[in-house]
Design a protein around this ligand. Sequence first.
Ligand code: GTP
Ligand code: MG
Length: 391
Amino acid sequence: MTAAPKATDTPTILVGVDLGVPHFDKELEELGLLAQSAGMSPVARITCKRKAPDAALFVGSGKADEIKQLAIQLGAKEVLFDQSLSPGQQRNLERHLELPVNDRTYLILEIFAQRARSHEGKLQVELARLQYLSTRLVRRWSHLERQSGGIGMRGGPGEAQIELDKRMIGETIKRTKERLSKVKRQRQTQRRQRERRDAFNISLIGYTNAGKSTLFNALVKARVYAADQLFATLDTTTRQLYLGEAGRSVSLSDTVGFIRDLPHGLIDAFQATLQEAVDADLLLHVVDASNSNFVEQIQQVQSVLKEIGAEHVQQLLVFNKVDALDSDHMPVKMEDEFEVDGVQLGRIFVSAAIPIGLDALRQRLAAIVSAHTDSLNPQVSTLDAVGTAAR
Ligand SMILES: Nc1nc2c(ncn2[C@@H]2O[C@H](COP(=O)(O)OP(=O)(O)OP(=O)(O)O)[C@@H](O)[C@H]2O)c(=O)[nH]1
Ligand SMILES: [Mg+2]
């Protein structure tokens, strides 16, 4: 059986297998942060290199024995893999180690489940978890299938149970999707109302923990939950931001963060939340400039944007946490350009926490919004700007 992560500080061993992919995280730093965000406490980190995963145990049996010894020695209660395990590998490892074994995908789903607050958020997480579970069912019952007579036999107790479980999960998935599409329709109506008000929509996007909520709070003087946790924010919050230089307000939305290898079911399930980004007039792509992996994190965000169809929305890069940069990495200019996917994007350095550079950011936003208004309404733009300011 797979045990869910306990609420507080489960001693956990982290395992990473270097299969030669470019983004292998030697220190298992991100997995450690994810584990902590889910209420586990990493007590050891083990990495090894393999050409390909072992079909049965993912790692070799020698490595599995080493993990087991270490678990006994350190009193670990769970083992977490940075790479995706097949249902069979997971089950074999649990038997071998006599401990619950989970992977990064499961962990992310677990954190999302712990964090979801709104009705929509909960539905989305439920859908993603059901989809994940439905792929794990098959093998879990295979020992019963074998007992029923082996290959070619149909209708044994194992198969009947799989069919029953599959049907139940299938029906729950269908019901959850129906409930979600209802919420989605309500959201579309709200969006249309916003559009009618001629709003300019700005969405904060970026890798998880980049500082989106901190920047949101600093810009609109709100109190959205910001924390040194991955996926602190799941629900979208929208506030009006008044830009003096443009003489008008814009809608600013803070939303869920992205991460490397975001489980596929989650992108699917969070389509409604992520739609905010697709429909935005401008994306403020917040980057943690103090993270040594920031370039890769930008790439990961770009690939999620492509997946949801938001790659063509105008982007401004906001390099946050300049206060945390060491003197060698301090920017020469606070505003310049940075190449992403062969395109030069505007970039501005800020610190949302201190704060530094927020006035410059507001001015930059005002200039973008004014240019947008002018392009839509070339003759009356000045009058309109004055009119909006007076309202
Ligand atoms: N040093 C420094 N820390 C910052 C800055 N901005 C945010 N942080 C910290 O970074 C952590 C993450 O901030 P959040 O605003 O929650 O980040 P987020 O992007 O909203 O994260 P998720 O909602 O989890 O995706 C918090 O501990 C913040 O205090 C900054 O300018 N400088
Ligand atoms: Mg946040």
